[in-house]
Design a protein around this ligand. Sequence first.
Ligand SMILES: Cc1cc2nc3c(=O)[nH]c(=O)nc-3n(C[C@H](O)[C@H](O)[C@H](O)COP(=O)(O)OP(=O)(O)OC[C@H]3O[C@@H](n4cnc5c(N)ncnc54)[C@H](O)[C@@H]3O)c2cc1C
Length: 305
Amino acid sequence: MEFADKLEKLLPEGQVLFHEPMGRHTTFQVGGEADYFVQPMERQVAPVIRLCREEGVPFQVVGNGSNLLVSDKGYRGLILAIGANMGQMELEGSVLTAQAGAMLSSAAALARREGKSGLEFASGIPGTIGGALYMNAGAYGGEMKDLVKEVHAVTRDGRTVVYTAETYAGGYRTSAVRRDGAIVLSASFALKEGTVEEITARMQELRRRRQEKQPLEYPSAGSTFKRPKGDYAGRLIEVSGLRGFQIGGAQVSEKHCGFVINKGGATAQDIWMLMQHVIRTVKEKQGVVLEPEVCCIGSFEDGEK
Ligand SMILES: Cc1cc2nc3c(=O)[nH]c(=O)nc-3n(C[C@H](O)[C@H](O)[C@H](O)COP(=O)(O)OP(=O)(O)OC[C@H]3O[C@@H](n4cnc5c(N)ncnc54)[C@H](O)[C@@H]3O)c2cc1C
């Protein structure tokens, strides 16, 4: 039996998409076709990855695609999109349990309604619980690692693994999940008692700060580069004279130099070339090597990433 037939046996009809344009699944709104694209339910994740391994088909996990640059040539393999079919959440006392595909913003909204504090920082991050745990997403002084109680995941060879608050080991945009290449299925978080009024006020304040500083009106993947020690990528890019610098449809945002935006009609290659240009220029002019925060999938003109 062909791989596609075996895959379709594992998943209900219509759940396997072929030649799926990844521009539909990334906030940059760019990216070529994935050979296979599936949005599994939790119990289907391990069987799908086992099948990929048995058949030698490469696979890649994505969440909401808000920190992703997928090549215009797409992905030769299977994209495992952990999203809508794994979006359940519940709050019991101060413990929030969520499947990996739940959106951070929905988790923060649930916590707010119930007067539980801790997720305010995450309300404006457009990612899933799984993507945020992989990255140890953070903003305005908060990070996922501050809240983690347990993370349930599977390894790339299909074994179950549970991370605790200690073994999750979140660092700056990294975690044990990332280091192990594990796939998050669900997680629980310890929140604190708060008041709906205070939590709402904090979220509104953070939303206002984002709207004021960030080019939210354009497709992007948030901060394109990691913050170098003791400085800010945006500041280094600005003093290197790159504000508004453009390659094709990709631009260093005029509003916030730390963001590469899709100004209109950008290709993934435009974004990739602009990122390389920024890295080279900042290195030449400031002596600092910027590291991308954005995760790249597929191959680009100057090499496999
Ligand atoms: C406007 C904007 C603002 C942003 N602001 C912030 C911010 O303030 N702070 C911040 O940290 N980030 C920010 N981001 C970046 C991004 O939203 C976060 O990194 C987010 O956590 C990524 O989640 P995702 O579900 O979109 O993951 P994706 O972009 O789909 O994937 C990112 C990485 O996570 C992996 N991954 C995804 N799901 C899983 C899973 N279930 N198990 C294992 N690995 C997985 C993928 O393989 C990939 O390597 C911003 C992005 C945008 C567009």
